[in-house]
Design a binder for this molecule. Structure first.
Ligand code: ZN
Ligand code: ZN
Length: 358
């Protein structure tokens, strides 16, 4: 944790501020280990202050031994106004991409003579590269999703609804120790597969249909994100063709992942395979995203992302093809960027197209 504070201080030193206020819960946890839902960290050169109200005082003292825990009542901003001068703060940076405009205005009003500077992505930049402990937690979150996929293959049959499938996936991961689902589970069957974000509906799944399931869980604060498309019964030639194409695109993107490569090059590798087969218009989203304490975080793996991949970054690789009225296919794995390539964390089967016997 203190290493993270040191790296943040180095970043703060490049800005014209002498303290940084952290309120985004993922950033609070990342820097201090504090898991409460409300609190604020004030990071200065000399000391790290964790400000919490009565509900979290004891918890904060247990979880954040290196912070000075400061209890307050009522308004956090008023408490800051009272204390910051005593802590030698003359100019305060805050999370410009987390606090609302109104919050920044109110904070500035309360602090009066201490200028408030909204800064962007300081902690999020640090969070992009995961350390060994973080990769271990991510691997466990991924393993829970992998096991849930294996389990759901036994539950999928004609007549069950998308809703049944989503509930089963979520309960299964919870029973294995997940804190919660990482996001609203997507189960998109038949023509609904054309919806890239088709959250599970009450639609009944029928024989011969493809089903795309995109789900994950939170474990130890870290998220997993997995997508598999399966077919109920023998695949039709078109289903096989689209699936094989998406798989080829995904493999091309995975082969492009390596430290030193720009994220947009990984996106391009997948997009070229799909476009050259004539389906470019049917792949309308990015190839992937960073994943960690948040399901979607930096770096984005998009056509425009100039981020250079570094060892320890954890990203998803998830191309898809969506055909309105017909359905869709998406395949998503989580990988760790390494010097010479990548390590795929996901182990749920994808090759060949998973077939559920009917
Ligand atoms: Zn996903
Ligand atoms: Zn994803």
């Amino acid at each position: 944790m203190q290493g993270r504070i040191k790296r943040l201080l180095a970043r703060i030193a490049q800005e014209n501020v002498d303290a940084f206020l952290v309120m985004r819960p993922e950033n609070l946890f990342y820097l201090s280990g504090f898991t409460g839902s409300a609190g604020a960290l004030v990071v200065t050169e000399r000391q790290v202050y964790l400000m919490v109200d009565f509900r979290y005082f004891e918890q904060a003292r247990e979880q954040c031994s290196f912070c000075q825990v400061v209890g307050f009542q009522g308004s956090l901003y008023e408490a800051l106004a009272e204390r910051l001068p005593h802590w030698g703060v003359e100019r305060l940076g805050c999370e410009g991409d987390f606090l609302s405009y109104k919050q920044v205005i109110t904070l500035q009003e309360k602090l009066e003579n201490i200028p408030v500077a909204p800064l962007h992505g300081l902690v999020e930049e640090l969070r992009q590269v995961k350390d060994r402990e973080e990769i271990e937690l991510l691997s466990r979150a991924v393993a829970l999703a992998d096991r849930a996929f294996e389990h759901i293959l036994d539950c999928l049959k004609p007549g069950v609804t998308e809703w049944d499938v989503a509930v089963e996936l979520e309960c299964f991961m919870r029973r294995l120790g997940a804190s919660k689902s990482a996001f609203d589970t997507i189960v998109a069957s038949g023509p609904r597969g054309a919806l890239p974000h088709g959250v599970a509906s009450h639609r009944v799944i029928r024989a011969g249909e493809m089903v795309t399931m995109d789900f994950g869980c939170l474990y130890g604060g870290y998220n997993s994100d997995l997508t598999r498309t399966v077919v109920l019964g023998s695949p039709h030639p078109r289903q096989q063709e689209i699936y094989d194409l998406v798989l080829a695109a995904q493999r091309a993107a995975l082969a492009a992942v390596r430290a030193g490569v720009k994220a947009c090059e990984v996106d391009r590798a997948a997009r070229e395979v799909i476009a050259s087969a004539g389906y470019g218009e049917n792949f309308g989203h990015s190839t992937g995203h960073g994943v960690g304490l948040a399901v979607h975080e930096e770096p984005s793996v998009s056509q425009k992302s100039e981020v250079v991949l570094q060892p320890g970054m954890v990203i998803t690789v998830e191309p898809g093809i969506y055909l309105p009225g017909w359905g869709g296919v998406r395949i998503e794995d989580m990988v760790v960027v390494e010097e010479q390539g990548c390590r795929i964390l996901t182990s749920a089967p994808k090759d060949p197209l998973p077939v559920v016997p009917v």
